[in-house]
Design a protein around this ligand. Structure first.
Ligand code: SAM
Length: 234
């Protein structure tokens, strides 16, 4: 999978791939990253990429011309590239989106800066738009990395143990049960005793109970979804 980051600040992005799982994914040729800087496409003699908002309003807006030309050049090289704009006003990105996007061959993330991107660019080029939550970041780079990371771990071979994917939170409406590591007793706090007895069917049913408790506490709406789903399955 190829990821292209369309950004004025690729140096904010590339550090993330210099260690751990995504670095190994690059080393194994499972993913690759590159960048496109709209500033390099600006026809303004000072390579400006932003201007004041038409109709007034605070702050600067990213101009259409550098982005149109950058994205045209990207599409000339790969007409099938899937172009994703990051914007706080879009539909929230979910695990289902991550799994679906992991089947693409080439995704380009377009990061806004300042007060955002001229809407005409989004209308003309977006295959999809995503928000990563109801808050405002200074730019789209972090949001692009969030989506890229979540997509990458769903690409075959990226995670050492692909079993971890199937039991994770958001695979079903229930959140994952609490996990414990060694030692079994740490500072006088133990782990649930059932976990120690090796009876896998009992451990599974305890984990289900704990998943339900956790979901009820943190995400009650998800528990409702789980109950509706299981009542249909009966
Ligand atoms: N003025 C815009 C608004 O109120 O909707 C916010 C612009 S924000 C300061 C600049 C850029 O950061 C956006 O164009 C987008 O690319 C990115 N961004 C900020 N928050 C985001 C979020 N929650 N999800 C995805 N992208 C976000």
């Amino acid at each position: 999978m190829q990821f292209t980051f369309v950004t004025l600040f690729f140096n904010l992005v590339e550090g993330y791939f210099q260690d751990s799982i995504l670095k190994r994914a690059i080393d194994k040729n499972l993913i690759s990253i590159d960048s496109l800087d709209p500033r390099e496409f600006s026809t303004n003699k000072h390579h400006k990429v932003d201007d004041t908002a038409v109709g007034g309003g605070a702050g600067m807006v990213m101009n259409p011309q550098p982005l149109y030309d950058a994205l045209d050049s990207l599409k000339e090289k790969d007409e099938h590239v899937h172009i994703v704009f990051m914007t706080p006003v879009a539909k929230p990105f979910t695990q289902n989106d991550a799994k679906r996007l992991a089947k693409k061959e080439h995704i380009a993330f377009v990061s806004g800066r300042y007060e955002g991107i001229d809407e005409r660019v989004i209308e003309a080029y977006a295959d999809e738009v995503f928000s990563i939550g109801d808050y405002i970041l200074t730019g789209g780079e972090l949001a692009s990395l969030v989506v890229c990371d979540a997509v990458s771990r769903n690409i075959q071979g990226v995670l050492g143990n692909s079993d971890s994917l199937s039991v994770e939170s958001f695979e079903t409406p229930l959140l994952e049960a609490p996990a414990f590591s060694k030692p079994k007793n740490f500072r006088n706090i133990g782990v649930p005793s059932e976990y120690l007895k090796g009876n896998h069917s009992k451990i599974r049913s305890l984990k289900l109970e704990l998943s339900e408790c956790k979901t009820k506490y943190f995400r009650p709406e998800q528990l409702l979804k789980h109950r509706i789903r299981t009542s249909y399955e009966k």
